[in-house]
Every structure is written in structure tokens, then in C-alpha cells.
Design a protein around this ligand. Structure first.
Ligand SMILES: Cc1ncc(COP(=O)(O)O)c(C=O)c1O
Length: 504
């Protein structure tokens, strides 16, 4: 029933693998340029020259000037810096920011925070594809606005906005525009002059660069304030010694952008192949990504009647990574804000998964994904419900009808506390614990990350246990979803089950 398969990443919008070229460039910097670029000696000058090379490479990729690029720790910081520069002022009450309802959480959550400090935040209406309604924007701009936030490409459904048209409307009213280009770079052409925006954010790890580095484009002359204060690095806009190896990795990833763009047609063809394969097994499939004006790699798909948590677990068990929405929302029960903003109901959102291909996704990967879902939907893979970690609260854990079965390895238990009131059994000689597992209770099988427990859950199911479920994301997922509960109750009252003696 369980075939071993190499791991396949269909979650490239969450992150991408660091390419060999990027790894080499980073190693070179770690070996040769360990100086601090701010110093006044040869070691520092070589580091500063390397930093300048990287700045030029990133600037050139998006058609900016090198002095318009501020290196940051990633897209989140770049977005936050612009929003803080506008909203964290003594006069925040007079600030009015317009935003789309499908922005990334790094924008949405920061705006929520700023709204709490007196900023006015208003939502630009979007259509069923998540595209800005120009008449709605025009009306909002007419009342005066301090900033417009408009992402170029959406991370969940792939919608690409007509940013030049949005900027042109905003410019007529004298309103600056922040454009989140994190998902667009490397997938579609990005030219800040064509977009005609004042600020743009980028992140290296979406295009085979390292995590923890990105950039903020600040159009020459556009006002900006630092988020981090201290040294004079990045022209005073971002204090802190530059992470040269990360920045060099980002620059190398940018040098690979022309190749990535040259392959985008092939990626789109593979995506269409996948869609055709999935339609053949589920003709009722709902495509939530727009038919036109979409990232070439992104498919948001609804499977009526299926639970996305269960689909993710079944695919995961077969070595396939997909997501229910943005990576930041993993394990959450709330339906994706992007899907609800385009009119998808809560129930439909929970039947939806996001598949994002990479430039290296092969025909074999596509076949593996289609075959796995075909087996699942045809009943060849038995179904075990998956419970999201946010459902496993104190009431759940104290309910005597529930029986938490912890099948982690001993070392894993030492490294991380388990769920309270759990019953520990060994995954290896699992059959010897069966006599202690009650058939009349709801069994929740828990492992470290939600993958290893799958086989045990299916095994219990096939042995007549009627109420068996898996914990999505395992103990790690539960700790992330319930940090306070983990701190307070983690590991309490855990009991070891006693295995049946082996026959002599
Ligand atoms: C559209 C968008 N903006 C911003 C970010 C945040 O970027 P980073 O992970 O570099 O902080 C992401 C990451 O998923 C994203 O998809």
C-alpha cells in the first residue's frame, strides 16, 4: 500500500531549493569575503566590492538603479518597512492606506497592527479572480490616500494584477504604490519602471536563493524611513552588518532569472498536463486560479467533498508536498483569506489545495501526483480522517472518549514533549501494543511531523478500529498551532503502554 518515492515539491510558492550555482556563490563569499563592508581596510574593501556587485545584479534584474535597492531579511521585512514608514508616524490618524483583500499576511497583519494605532485601512474591491476593480479603486483614490498596496502576483491563486494601470490611476491622484513582487520574480518579467511603482518587495528563496534575504526597491526620491536603526548600512535605511553570503546568493539567484523565464512556457505546459490528468479522474474539479493572467506554475484546485487536510496528508505520505494556502497558514483551521475574498465559501475553501510547480517539475512528478490522487479517489488508498492541530485543544485532550496514541521514536520524545494525556507505543513493534488500545474510543495517532503515523493509522483502521484519525503536522504542528498549551501542558501525564511479551 505504501510505495517509497523520492520527495516531490509541488509547493514551490512556499519556497524553492537552493540551486547549485547559488550554493557555490555563497560558499565563495563565506571563504573569501569575510570582511565587514563598513571597514577601512583591504579586507573590508573586498567585502564592499562584493556587496556592490550583488546590488548591481539585483538592480539589473528588476531594471532598478543600484542605489534604489535596500537589502532586507526578506519580503516580510521589505513590506513591513514601507508600511511602517507610512503608518508608524506621530500623525498616523491622518494616514489612509488602500489595500487588496488578497495580499500576503506580511501586508495584511501589518496593516491590522497599524489600524490599531489609528491608521485608516480600506480594502480595494476585487473580482472573482482577485483582480482589482478599477472603478472601485478610482472611487477610493478620489477621497485621497497615503499609499496603495497592490501585489503583482498572488501566492495562493496566482492572479497577476495589471499593476501599470493601477499605478497610473494612483499617480494621477499623487498616491505612491507599494507592489509586493515576491511571487512574481523568476516566474514572470518584473520591471519596476514598467510597473511604475514607488516601492517593491522581493525575496530570494522563491527563486532558488537562500532564505532570510530579500530586497526593497525604493524609487529614487521616494520617501523612506528605516525599520532597524543603528549603523549607516544600506544608505541609512537598514542598519546591521550585511549578510554578505546571503546577499551574494540572492544576486546569483537573480542572475538565473533569464533562464527561469525562458522555461516558464514549459512550466505552464506541464501545469496544463497536470490539470488534464486531474480532470480525467475528477471531472468535477474546480479551478480557482484564473484562466488568463495567472502565474505559469500555480493551480488552486477545489475537490468537492474532499478535505484538503486529508489530501495533504495522503500526498505527503507519498512524498508529495502541496499546501492548503500560503506556507504561513499551514495547520490553521481558518479558511484562506484569499479564497474567501474571491467569494469561495468556507466549506469550498477547505476542499481546496494549492499546487505550485517548479522549473524542474518533470513529467514523472506529474504522473506520480495524478496516480496518487487517482488511487485515493478510487478508494484504492483507504481513507483516514486528518485532524488539524488547532482542533486539539484542552477540551479535546481532557475528553475521556479520545485516546491520543503517541508513536514517536524514543529520541524524538526526548527532544520534544508530547501531547498531554497521551499513550506511548513503539512504532517498530506496534502490533504488541494493540491489546492496550481501546476499540471504543476515538484514537488520534500522533508522530513527530504527521507523516510516520500514517501507516499506523491505516493499520489500526484495517484491524477494525472504527474511529481512527491522524494529527496533521504531528507534535511539531501542534506545538506551532497551540504554543501556550504546549508550554503549559506539553508532556503531562504521558503514559507508556506495556507491550505484550514476545513468545519465548
Ligand atoms: C506574496 C508574498 N509576499 C511576501 C512573502 C514573504 O516573503 P519572506 O518569506 O521572504 O518573508 C511571501 C512568502 O511567502 C509571499 O508569497
Amino acid at each position: 500500500m505504501f510505495r517509497l518515492h523520492r520527495s516531490v515539491n509541488f509547493d514551490n510558492n512556499a519556497t524553492t531549493a537552493v540551486s547549485r550555482r547559488v550554493r557555490r556563490a555563497m560558499n565563495r563569499v563565506l571563504r573569501r569575503h569575510h570582511g565587514n563592508p563598513s571597514g577601512a581596510h583591504a579586507l573590508a574593501r573586498s567585502a564592499a566590492a562584493n556587496l556592490q556587485d550583488s546590488r548591481e545584479a539585483v538592480a539589473q534584474t528588476v531594471n532598478a538603479r543600484p542605489d534604489e535597492i535596500v537589502f532586507t531579511s526578506g519580503g516580510t521585512e521589505a513590506n513591513s518597512q514601507v508600511l511602517a514608514a507610512f503608518g508608524e508616524t506621530p500623525k498616523s490618524e491622518g494616514i489612509r492606506i488602500l489595500t487588496m483583500p488578497i495580499e500576503h499576511p506580511s501586508i495584511m497583519k501589518t496593516l491590522e497592527h497599524l489600524a490599531g494605532r489609528g491608521c485608516k485601512v480600506e480594502t480595494i474591491p476585487v473580482d472573482a479572480d482577485g483582480r482589482v476593480r478599477m472603478d472601485g479603486l478610482e472611487g477610493l483614490l478620489a477621497e485621497g490616500a497615503s499609499l496603495v498596496c497592490c501585489m503583482l502576483a498572488n501566492n495562493e491563486i496566482g492572479t497577476v494584477q495589471d499593476v501599470p494601470a493601477i499605478s497610473s490611476l494612483a499617480r494621477r491622484c499623487g498616491t505612491p504604490v507599494l507592489c509586493d513582487c515576491v511571487q512574481a520574480l523568476g516566474k514572470i518579467p518584473v520591471d519596476v519602471r514598467v510597473l511604475d511603482v514607488d516601492y517593491a518587495s522581493f525575496s530570494a528563496h522563491k527563486l532558488h536563493g537562500p532564505k532570510g534575504v530579500g530586497a526593497l526597491y525604493v524609487r529614487r526620491g521616494a520617501p523612506m524611513a528605516p525599520l532597524l536603526r543603528g549603523g549607516h548600512q544600506e544608505a541609512g535605511l537598514r542598519a546591521g552588518t550585511e549578510g554578505l553570503h546571503n546577499i551574494a546568493g540572492f544576486a546569483e539567484a537573480c542572475r538565473g532569472v533569464p533562464d527561469l523565464l525562458a522555461r516558464s512556457g514549459a512550466v505552464a505546459a506541464r501545469r496544463d498536463e497536470l490539470l488534464a490528468g486531474l480532470r480525467a479522474i475528477r471531472p468535477d474539479l474546480v479551478v480557482r486560479s484564473p484562466a488568463d493572467g495567472c502565474l505559469p506554475n500555480t493551480l488552486s484546485l477545489g475537490f468537492p467533498g474532499a478535505s484538503n487536510a486529508e489530501l495533504i496528508a495522503v500526498l505527503d505520505m507519498n512524498g508529495i508536498a502541496v499546501s492548503a494556502g500560503s506556507a504561513c497558514a499551514a495547520g490553521e483551521t481558518a479558511p484562506s483569506h484569499v479564497l474567501t475574498a474571491i467569494g469561495v465559501s468556507e466549506e469550498e475553501a477547505n476542499e481546496t489545495i494549492r499546487i505550485s510547480l517548479g522549473d524542474r517539475t518533470s513529467a514523472r512528478d506529474v504522473k506520480h501526483l495524478v496516480r496518487t490522487l487517482r488511487d485515493f479517489f478510487s478508494g484504492a488508498t483507504p481513507s483516514v480522517p486528518v485532524i488539524r492541530p488547532s482542533v486539539v485543544d484542552e477540551a479535546f485532550l481532557e475528553n475521556h472518549d479520545n485516546f491520543v496514541l503517541d508513536v514517536r521514536f524514543e529520541l524524538e520524545r526526548r527532544l520534544m514533549k508530547g501531547l498531554p494525556n497521551s499513550h506511548q507505543a513503539s512504532m517498530i513493534s506496534f502490533g504488541r501494543y494493540l491489546h492496550q488500545i481501546p476499540k471504543d474510543k476515538n484514537i488520534l495517532v500522533v508522530c513527530s511531523m504527521g507523516v510516520d503515523a500514517t501507516a499506523i493509522a491505516y493499520s489500526l483502521h484495517s484491524r477494525g478500529y472504527r474511529h481512527v484519525a491522524l494529527l496533521l503536522g504531528g507534535v511539531v504542528g501542534w506545538q506551532l498551532a497551540q504554543p501556550a498549551l504546549y508550554r503549559r501542558l506539553g508532556g503531562m501525564n504521558a503514559a507508556r503502554l506495556t507491550p505484550k511479551k514476545r513468545p519465548q
